[in-house]
Design a protein. Structure first.
Length: 780
DNA sequence: CAGTGAGCGAGCTTCCGCTTGACTT
């Protein structure tokens, strides 16, 4: 017999709360939602007022059974899921599924896991807010209807297995639109002019001309003018400013800062944060709130006063401004503010330090700065130089933490300026004019996409990372790094009475871990934008949220809202299925100068491809990595048909050059060797070089083999250490075995064990395999 | 992984938000 059963969402939370409540309370976790719409079917009974068809999720069967048993013998059941829409729904599903009785069930909520907050909650129970639950049901049903009615349209009209949804489709659209802005961007050349001056007491001043010079001629004219000019300080203006610390972390801002400062991916940040949370080092990591508990504010204050002094302390609480924020939790902060460092692996230590400093800084005084602008005039020209200086009078929060920004440039040197006064004459040391190019809008990183989504109110803290993974898995977008190309940059330097010109190389267009749309992403975005304009609208979610708020207030019935959406929506689905063409994104590029036939690109069964002609003499070639159907030129498309290129014979077998999914390769005797990046060009590589590459590859392969058995079993040295290769499948070697000492029998044993394991575990891998074997079977 | 791009038809795919593990090539 137990006195009280308390059910929360997270097991880590359960542990903490159990400690606070002590004897008489059993605290359990539901591990999130326990029930959801039917997995297989639509799960919504359209005919009967959108009645949701719920089922207990397979991975929750065991926990539901356990909770049921405990609830039965408990005197009072406390439903303590989060205080937001989803949390309220979880409480309601628990109530329904566990068959709880109203007279001994109590609903409690708290925003922070502190003893006071929990005890207060226990003293102030309420009942389940059915209106809020209905808002959640509407949200759930809406997402299901959109996802499960639009995706099948894509299967029919574009390609099987594709997906569409309220959140993911808009996320892809953001990336597609950005790519198009970049393609449409017209870069402009200009010159930037900087000067180095000297005061009478030999102090140096760096300044920049406020104007951009559009041409080389104008730039050189200006430098000529500088030759004869005298330079005078026209004005000195000093203004005190302050800088405020950023609020403590939410999921989104943590992902952004961890990306900028630590180079973490969005999902990496979340898994490291999860570990910190499970260890009890930080508060909950999926939150949209910047709120801190009073306890946290008080302990931060104590820490700051003790270690840095009272003048550094300025306790504050921040207001959440994010659209659609639900604020069920606190901001992400250290559990104990008096713990500046933790034990853990490198990533955990770094992320904790980031969270610690950010939280502490948020409770610190503003930094006081003094910004100085000095205008330097020329005697013979009305364009002036501007020197800026920034002096920190009081560092305040900057002592521990400074937020980073996406568009940071490192060449901004606004440090200390020497004492200058109006009318001071300055000596010209040197003036340099450097060729520049305007930059296209930046591609999204994972983290900047999350920021954008949050601004639009699309997605939730628990879904940012999974959504980004999904749209990559579907092949709509990919995270890539590109090397960029070197370009000659001209620089003119005026020193004394001479102007010297130098040329230096600078890399342009380099991208690091940026999000690029694929052809499929673009075709699907266009298709959806054409037929489902309202869902693709950036305001769709925001407007839906407004309706959900009305449901939560009790002013509309949830089925009414869904009905108003569904009826016209379903008609669009039907008419699109009936009337729209299959969409392969085909684009005509022109005519082949040799045959005169048309050249086009489109998405084929195996991805984007180029095509010459139609009917009998049709020829195909796949597009290369980095090429987009939207931007490929006729010349680039024609070049794809030059492969495979025959080079000649080696060891009585033909050597040819081809271009595959992973770039250009050499084919010889059914073996494949990649060309060397940056050195070999597939269009011009000679037989001699190709043979050298083949021989290099053979040498590497020889070193790869640890042991080879007659049965075909091989022990190889791979990227992740030694492994067993047999019948084109790879097997992991258990840590207890030494690769060099493995016998053939032992290998077979491992293969058998791994083989049977695979069937039960990796679902995605097995389904993929069956689909490919099917295709092969069909061909024969 | 190194090429492919036909057509038929069965059977499958798919959403967003709550939670953790159990996966490792």
């Amino acid at each position: 017999m137990i006195e009280n059963l308390v059910i929360v969402e997270s097991p880590a939370k359960a542990k903490t709360i159990e400690k606070f409540l002590g004897k008489g309370y059993t605290v359990k976790s539901s591990f999130g939602h326990i029930r959801d719409l039917e997995k297989k079917d639509l799960g919504v009974d359209i005919e009967h007022n959108f009645q949701p068809q719920y089922e207990i999720s397979t991975d929750k069967k065991a926990i539901v059974k356990e909770l049921k048993a405990l609830a039965k013998e408990a005197k009072t059941v406390w439903l303590a899921s989060d205080e937001d829409r989803e949390g309220e729904a979880i409480a309601w599903h628990l109530f329904e599924v566990l068959k709880l009785k109203p007279e001994n069930t109590k609903r409690i909520v708290f925003h922070e896991i502190t003893k006071d907050a929990i005890l207060y909650a226990i003293e102030h129970p309420r009942s389940i807010d059915k209106n809020l639950v209905d808002a959640q049901q509407a949200r759930r049903v809406l997402d299901r209807l959109v996802g499960f009615e639009v995706s099948p349209v894509l299967w029919k009209k574009v390609k099987p297995s594709l997906s569409a949804g309220r959140v993911q489709s808009v996320a892809v659209k953001l990336i597609v639109e950005r790519e198009r802005e970049i393609n449409a961007f017209k870069e402009q050349q200009y010159y930037r002019v900087c000067g180095l001056f000297e005061t009478a007491d030999k102090a140096q001043v760096k300044a920049e001309v406020q104007e951009r010079f559009a041409t080389k001629e104008k730039t050189l004219d200006y430098l000529e003018a500088c030759k004869a000019a005298t330079f005078t300080v026209r004005s000195v203006e000093t203004k005190p400013t302050t800088r405020k610390p950023a609020p403590p972390f939410t999921t989104s801002t943590l992902q952004q800062e961890a990306s900028r400062k630590l180079g973490f991916s969005v999902s990496q940040t979340m898994s490291v944060a999860q570990k910190l949370y499970e260890h009890g080092y930080i508060t909950y990591m999926r939150t949209d709130s910047v709120n801190l508990s009073d306890l946290a504010i008080q302990t931060a204050k104590a820490v700051i006063c003790e270690t840095l002094g009272a003048k550094y302390s300025k306790p504050r609480n921040f207001a959440t401004k994010t659209k659609g924020a639900q604020e069920a939790h606190e901001a992400i902060r250290p559990t104990y503010m008096n713990k500046p460092a933790i034990d853990g692996d490198r990533n955990e230590i770094q992320l904790y330090e980031l969270i610690y400093k950010r939280t502490l800084a948020s409770q610190m005084a503003e930094a006081e700065l003094e910004r100085t602008n000095v205008v330097i005039g020329l005697s013979n020209h009305n364009t002036s130089f501007l020197a800026t200086g920034e002096v920190i009078k009081f560092d305040g929060f900057l002592k521990v933490y400074m937020e980073s920004h996406d568009d940071e440039t490192d060449d901004e040197d606004s440090g200390l300026l020497p004492a200058l006064a109006q009318g001071d004459l300055l000596n010209r040391r040197s003036i340099t004019a450097t060729e520049q190019y305007t930059l296209h809008p930046p591609r999204y990183t994972e983290a900047s996409l999350v920021k954008k989504m949050e601004n639009l109110g699309i997605g939730r803290p628990s879904t940012y990372a999974p959504t980004i993974t999904t749209i990559q898995n579907r092949g709509y977008i990919s995270k890539e790094s590109r090397e960029g190309t070197a370009r000659n940059i001209e620089q003119f330097e005026l020193k004394g009475n001479e102007i010297n010109s130098t040329i230096s190389k600078k890399i342009f267009g380099a991208e690091k871990k940026k999000l690029f749309p694929s052809d499929m992403g673009m075709v699907v975005t266009d298709f959806l934008s054409e037929h489902f304009t309202n869902i693709m609208d950036y305001n769709f979610t925001a407007e839906a949220e407004e309706s959900l708020d009305h449901i939560a207030e009790g002013s509309i019935q949830w089925q009414k809202m869904i009905g108003e959406f569904y009826n016209p929506f379903h008609e669009t689905v039907e008419s699109t299925l009936k009337n729209s063409e299959r969409n392969s994104g085909q684009r005509m590029l022109g005519n082949d100068p040799v045959s005169g036939e048309t050249v086009s690109v489109r998405i084929g069964r195996f991805g984007p491809m180029a095509q010459i002609g139609e009917g009998e003499n049709v020829r195909y070639a796949g597009l290369q990595k980095g090429q987009l159907m939207e931007t490929i030129t006729l010349e680039e498309a024609l070049a794809l048909f030059k492969f495979p290129r025959k080079l000649g014979q080696f060891e009585d077998k033909e050597v040819s050059i081809g271009i595959g999914r992973f770039g250009p390769y050499i084919k010889h005797n059914n073996a494949f060797v990649s060309l060397k990046k940056g050195e070999d060009d597939p269009g011009t590589i000679t037989l001699e070089t190709a043979i050298r590459r083949i021989e290099e590859k053979r040498e590497i392969d020889r070193n790869k083999q640890i042991r080879v058995f007659d049965s075909g079993i091989q022990i190889l040295n791979g990227r992740f250490g030694p492994y067993i290769s047999y019948n084109k499948a790879n097997y992991k070697i258990p840590k207890t075995c030494k690769a060099e000492e493995l016998t053939e029998e032992k290998c077979l044993e491992i293969i058998e064990k791994e083989g049977t394991k695979k069937k039960t575990t990796t679902k995605t891998a097995t389904t993929k395999k069956t689909s490919t074997t099917k295709k092969k079977g069909n061909k024969k």
